[in-house]
Unconditional design. Structure first.
Length: 126
């Protein structure tokens, strides 16, 4: 592929992972505020088209409020910024990425430790 293809693919993949976890955290905040246990949402998602590796790996930790780093939030925040920069260079609007980066930025600023990127759940618990 073209020069820098590997880096571009990595940024695109991390963009997808970040958005999936941010969307899951947002959905969990919605259902729990409605009085529904988050586990019920995850159970339904597991038997639908929404099932994914991210759901398998991250949902149990999100439900428990555990954010042990597998990929640090600070690095995901950095990669989202790099993806936005690349989008600007290429003339590709990335509005969902920009919104998610703001959520990650909030948690990164408030974190006292090096948390996993799934700690974005803390944004939706505020």
């Amino acid at each position: 592929g073209p020069h820098g293809a590997g880096q571009t693919i990595k940024l695109a993949m991390n963009l997808i992972l970040a958005l999936q976890v941010d969307a899951l955290a947002e959905a969990l905040a919605l259902v729990t505020r409605a009085g529904i246990q988050g586990e019920k949402l995850v159970e339904v998602m597991q038997s639908s088209m929404a099932r994914s590796g991210v759901l398998d790996v991250k949902a149990p930790n999100l439900l428990k409020g555990e954010y042990v780093p597998s990929f640090p939030l600070r690095l995901m925040h950095k990669d989202l910024g790099l993806a936005l920069d690349l989008g600007n260079q290429l003339g590709v609007a990335l509005p969902a990425t920009a919104a998610a980066r703001e959520n990650y930025n909030y948690v990164k600023g408030a974190a006292k430790e090096d948390l996993d990127y799934s700690a974005v759940m803390k944004f939706w618990k505020k």
